[in-house]
Design a protein around this ligand. Structure first.
Ligand code: ZN
Ligand code: ZN
Length: 235
């Protein structure tokens, strides 16, 4: 019965290549035979703290982390935000390609299983989006990735921990500390229970790290001891 249902769904909603959108054959999964050759994890040396690519082979920390700026403990992303990866994340975000979330969750697990296992997070949470954005988009792309990662890793997904209460305003004129505080004020802590000690935050793109860092600050203010971050791609 389940197989029949899957077959019917496959006819109505055929699976498409995450990178090029071509309809996949039964033996292809997520990527078509051509795009599988375009698949490339980050192989450069990266900052052990925030996951950004390092420019000198003598460093282990990027400049920002060397001056100790982030509140979260460690972060990484399996991909750079360019080419097909960028395109497919934009499709996930704006064109309803929800199945791309499964692809990114699988990739995160394949790329970082050992590290995630060592971190041993108690729960996974997703960076929330503002409810007005949720209303127009219908879903939160970070939460789709987080849910799939929860399925492959067995780490429970916790949905109501942090809420986005404000849309973030431009904050170019603010200094670093003010920026962090301003960003923190866009979120609120809504968890009704004692927070577990180790938390893994999932987002789609890591750019400055300001958003995940603000959430990390709130989690630590509320009792979290360790906060880790994984994004699908590094901008
Ligand atoms: Zn393809
Ligand atoms: Zn760094």
């Amino acid at each position: 019965m389940k197989n029949l249902l899957r077959k019917i769904l496959g006819i109505i909603y055929p699976e498409r290549c995450v990178f090029c959108d071509k309809i996949l054959s039964a033996k292809e999964k997520y990527l078509c035979d051509e795009c599988i050759h375009k698949f490339k994890f980050i192989k450069d040396r990266t900052c052990i703290r925030c996951g950004r690519v390092l420019h000198s082979r003598y460093e282990t920390l990027c400049h920002e982390c060397a001056s100790g700026n982030f509140v979260f403990d460690e972060a990484f992303a399996p991909f750079k935000y360019t080419g097909e990866v960028k395109n497919s994340i934009l499709n996930l975000k704006y064109k309803g390609r929800a199945q791309n979330a499964g692809f990114y969750a699988k990739c995160i697990w394949k790329y970082g299983k050992e590290r995630i296992t060592n971190w041993n997070p108690d729960i996974i949470i997703a960076v929330p989006i503002h409810y007005s954005r949720l209303a127009t988009r219908g879903y939160n792309q970070a939460e789709l990735i987080a849910r799939k990662l929860s399925e492959v890793s067995g780490i429970p997904l916790e949905k109501n921990v942090i809420a986005r209460t404000k849309k973030t305003q431009a904050q170019k004129k603010l200094g670093k500390f003010e920026r962090h505080e301003n960003m923190k004020s866009a979120f609120s802590f809504v968890y009704g229970d004692t927070l577990p000690e180790r938390i893994l935050i999932i987002d789609d793109i890591f750019t400055t790290g300001a958003t995940v860092d603000a959430i990390s600050g709130i989690l630590k203010d509320n009792g979290a001891k360790k906060v880790y971050v994984i994004c699908a791609a590094l901008s």
